[in-house]
Write a protein that binds this ligand. Sequence first.
Ligand SMILES: NC(=O)c1ccc[n+]([C@@H]2O[C@H](COP(=O)([O-])OP(=O)(O)OC[C@H]3O[C@@H](n4cnc5c(N)ncnc54)[C@H](OP(=O)(O)O)[C@@H]3O)[C@@H](O)[C@H]2O)c1
Length: 323
Amino acid sequence: MIEYKSLGRTGIKVSELCFGTMSFGGRADKSESEKMYKTCREAGINFFDCADVYQKGVAESYLGEFISQERDKVVITTKTYGAMGDDVNEKGLNAKHIRLGVEASLKRLNTDYVDVMFLHHFDPTVREEETLRAVDRLVSEGKVLSLGVSNFAAYQVERMLHVSAINQFAPISVIQPMFNIAKRMAEVELLPMAAYEGLGVITYSPLGGGLLTGRYKDGYSNASGRLVENQNYNKRYGGQFYEQVAREYSELCSKWGINEATLAVAWVMAHKQVTAPIIGAAHTEHLKQSLQAVSLTLEPELLKAIDAISPPPPPATDRSEEQ
Ligand SMILES: NC(=O)c1ccc[n+]([C@@H]2O[C@H](COP(=O)([O-])OP(=O)(O)OC[C@H]3O[C@@H](n4cnc5c(N)ncnc54)[C@H](OP(=O)(O)O)[C@@H]3O)[C@@H](O)[C@H]2O)c1
């Protein structure tokens, strides 16, 4: 049975799995997208992650249509930052793009408000006050209920929190970093910071974009999927370490008789600081394997074996033995 958790200190209750809609209108056509939406709802998921750039607004339009009969029963996110057109100002965290971008997202989502609006990436060209004032206005107008940041370093989140506090702007309440068995960088600073600040944490790519599903266990050369077809993902998961993780992880799953995707999602869920992993799929059958994670309990021995394949990163500071 799926459980519900508080999203940081927002008080909003969200399912312990969030479904990510990045495949809507891309690797999943409309009917498959709708089928996945319904499968999630039947499983008890009330939390859906989206972004303006997912298929240039198509994912938002699909999601808007699917939620239309039950808008207030679901918690939805969207994001702003990425280029949505050719104009020089149609990107970034400047006040103009934030205002026009969020208004356009609301139209596509066919709703008056978005539950969480994420700044999709840090924008070093814009003063934090500019960005935060622009989003604070959207919060005051009721168009955005809570704010989040994605792909920010811990010091950038802390800086945003400081600027909001001294200006009495709405604070950042949620972070969205990448986090999976093969990519554990969030453990160093982001997750401890989230605990300290009481932030909600929804992490993306629990399967490493497919790396942790068995489809790359024999290497990349004869495989198909995002890691070989998409240049960014190819760079992100390219190299000997990731190929070795894919292979050894699959061997471990066979030994324990556990589905690769189910275990990878359960591993992220098991981190005490994670509110909900954002699961992704292009097919309902794949989605179902990730949904099984809610009923999997991880033995300490299994966690140790996973650490041996992909070790926890060293802490950000040394001399912890003296504390
Ligand atoms: N904030 C950000 O910058 C950011 C970035 C990325 C994602 N996200 C969010 O996080 C969500 C999930 O991210 P993600 O798609 O990268 O997650 P993921 O769970 O790491 O990867 C999902 C992909 O793995 C493959 N897959 C899933 N289940 C499978 C199975 N059982 N067997 C074999 N392959 C399987 C599919 O790849 P194929 O598509 O190749 O079939 C699927 O699209 C997105 O929808 C989005 O909402 C956010």
